[in-house]
Ligand binder design. Structure first.
Ligand SMILES: Cc1cc2nc3c(=O)[nH]c(=O)nc-3n(C[C@H](O)[C@H](O)[C@H](O)COP(=O)(O)O)c2cc1C
Length: 268
């Protein structure tokens, strides 16, 4: 497999794609890189070539700092109120054994030292109050604020509402196309030694999402779907205090079937 891949940069790019959850260099992202990313996004497939995606590239420091503050406050609220752990507990794994079996979700193997003894309890009510007492929600909020506010470029992704009608097939198709466009960007940034990360916490707090829509003046005709942070990667990336990412992937037999859904594909 390695030999087959060694000359195929596209396949290596797909397998090497990552989410960046640490800081970026402060340098602005070159206009030529920004435009190339947009061009690559627009090369994605879309239903009837409708190209329903729209992008807002944000470099204004005040706007970025405000969105950073909104992201940080949203993160703090989500953790403090227990919403985050309630909503997402099913994605977290607490041992290598569990991870090896399931091969999905996030393995909590990297927590700040004071939290380590409570790894297994962080999803319980008792764990939540320990975290509150240790000031964890505030710390995580501040980490998130710094990451977003310190990014040289934010990218808002929107959909044209004449296509994106949630209960209609065109709405479903639009999301497919948008996903493909974002994936093109996500793959291509490696070429420019850049990274990308979803800024998702404000989406979970309706007032926060509204404020972002207001800040970037989203018109009635468009729906704000996502916000990402982008920038050039540092030369010596450090692992963040809580690492939410995971490189694990399911085995073939866990997600592929042969002929009917009754027969899992055999692993190599
Ligand atoms: C719809 C969607 C939402 C995501 N939300 C977040 C997020 O809020 N924060 C984050 O850091 N990564 C987010 N991610 C990235 C995933 O955590 C990441 O893709 C997964 O852990 C695998 O890691 P990798 O992208 O480095 O392969 C999201 C990805 C998708 C497709």
């Amino acid at each position: 497999m390695t030999k087959v891949l060694s000359d195929l940069s596209l396949l290596q790019g797909i397998l090497g794609r990552r989410t960046t959850n640490g800081p970026f260099k402060p340098d602005s992202v070159k206009k030529e890189h920004q435009h190339m990313l947009m061009k690559l996004a627009s090369a994605a497939p879309s239903h009837f070539n409708s190209q329903p995606w729209r992008f807002v590239l944000i470099e204004n420091r005040d706007t970025i700092e405000r969105i950073g503050a909104i992201a940080g406050e949203s993160m703090q609220k989500l953790i403090e109120r227990g919403i985050f752990f309630e909503r997402y507990r099913r994605y977290f794994r607490f041992s290598q054994k569990e991870m090896d079996e399931r091969r999905d979700g996030i393995f909590i193997d990297h927590l700040p030292a004071p939290l380590k003894p409570f790894t297994r309890q962080i999803f319980s009510d008792a764990g939540l109050s320990v975290m509150r007492n240790l000031g964890v929600p505030k710390r995580l909020g501040e980490d998130n604020r710094k990451l977003v506010a310190g990014s040289p470029l934010l990218m808002a992704v929107l959909l044209d509402k004449t296509e994106y009608v949630p209960d209609q097939l065109s709405g479903f198709y639009s999301i497919f196309g948008m996903g493909a466009a974002i994936e093109n960007i996500w793959l291509a940034i490696q070429e420019f030694k850049m990274g990308i990360q979803f800024v998702s916490t404000p989406m979970e707090i309706p007032e926060a999402w509204q404020e972002i829509q207001h800040l970037i003046r989203v018109p009635e005709s468009l729906e704000l779907m996502a916000v990402y942070r982008l920038g050039y990667l540092p030369d010596d990336p450090k692992r963040p205090s809580i690492d939410w990412n995971s490189r694990e992937r399911k085995r073939l037999s866990q997600f592929v079937f042969r002929e009917t859904c009754d027969t899992p594909e055999e692993d190599d």
